[in-house]
Design a protein around this ligand. Structure first.
Ligand code: NAP
Ligand code: COA
Length: 271
């Protein structure tokens, strides 16, 4: 008998789901019959994404909120739960990034990334808890290789995403008794995304990065979406507290030369 993942009628929420990788995850769930809600700061991006998800035939809704504003996230998630019911799969992926050495960034620059990635994740987790299906919900935090690999120009992201993974591991223990699983997915270098545009801004850098991925190609949002499909389903019923790299093996070799690329680029820019 074939193994299947059936997400028909499931409620899926993707925070930061209006572009790039996270939007790819939202679209994959919508294509396969889930009810999908997205949120991010820009009302225009929310509207555009909801329209695209509906075009896939999905029930969809969204709200504009900044993950740094806890009350706005509480209100938005309450509205989603009232409309779509208990949340089966929660993906938390809002993030900010820019390459800058510590010497070239203000305390507020460091804080802005920590506030979005780390505090924002905590806000999303805490606000979502009352609405998560118990038992049965699957929570997925979108992390990054910087969580476990130091990278020049990325101290803020390294610190914040390491914190995200520790929230994942802690909540796997705190929420396990409620039947909720919590995992992180660590994307590799994903083609066509804002993250890669910022970290590998030239074609030369991008092709160097691609050449350092053991599997021999950049990733696609769908690669990350498929990992979320697995973690969100009963096929992953016994997986919790894990940090799953979905990166074609990239992080095994320290993400190629990413750290030295960035260090060199920032030194050339005077940072
Ligand atoms: P992206 O397109 O810039 O997506 C970021 C999303 O988060 C957008 O929907 C953005 O929408 C939202 N967002 C940003 N700040 C927010 C805030 N303060 N409050 C609420 N929403 C906010 O980036 P991406 O490159 O696809 O990255 C997506 C995730 O994957 C991130 O968690 C990133 O760390 C991780 N990642 C990416 C890569 C990669 O190769 N790109 C590699 C490893 C990990 P608004 O602008 O409307 O707020
Ligand atoms: N180098 C150094 N400092 C920088 C910087 C850079 N390239 N870009 C921003 N900053 C600093 C700003 O100067 C400011 O510090 P200051 O107040 O001391 O001057 C601080 O960061 C906050 O910037 P601001 O633009 O006010 O923040 P914001 O909340 O509007 O935006 C960012 C947050 C900076 C993370 C913005 O890049 C963003 O919205 N990113 C979301 C998309 C993204 O990063 N996608 C990739 C995900 S992997």
């Amino acid at each position: 008998m074939a193994l299947t993942i059936d997400v028909t009628g499931k409620t899926v929420v993707v925070i930061g789901g209006t572009s790039g990788i996270n939007r790819g995850i939202a679209e994959l769930y919508a294509e396969h019959g889930a009810k999908v809600a997205v949120a991010s700061r820009s009302q225009d991006k929310v509207d555009d994404t909801v329209a695209a998800l509906k075009a896939h035939g999905a029930e969809s809704m969204g709200f504009a909120a900044d993950v740094r504003e806890y009350d706005a996230i509480v209100a938005g998630l309450a509205q989603v739960a009232e409309t779509f019911g208990e949340i089966d799969v929660l993906v938390s992926g809002a993030a900010g990034n820019f390459p800058a050495t510590v010497n070239a960034m203000s305390p507020n620059a460091f804080k802005s990334v920590v506030d979005i990635d780390l505090l924002g994740t905590m806000h999303v987790m805490k606000a979502a808890f009352p609405h998560l299906r118990k038992p049965g919900a699957s929570v997925i935090n979108i992390s990054a290789p910087q969580a476990f690999l130091p990278m020049q120009g990325q101290a803020h992201v390294c610190a914040a995403k390491a914190g995200v993974d520790m929230i994942t591991r802690t909540l796997a223990m705190e929420w396990g008794p409620d039947g909720i699983r919590v995992n992180s997915v660590v994307p590799g270098p994903i083609e066509g995304t804002e993250g890669m545009a910022r970290l590998a801004p030239t074609l030369e850098m991008l092709s160097k990065v691609a050449g350092t991925v053991p599997i021999g190609r950049l990733g696609q949002p769908g690669d990350i979406g498929m990992a979320c499909m697995f973690l969100g389903s009963d096929l992953g019923a016994y997986v919790s507290g894990q940090i799953l790299a979905v990166d074609g093996g990239w992080s095994q070799a320290g993400c190629g030369d990413m750290s030295s690329f960035l260090g060199k680029m920032l030194r050339q820019m005077g940072g």
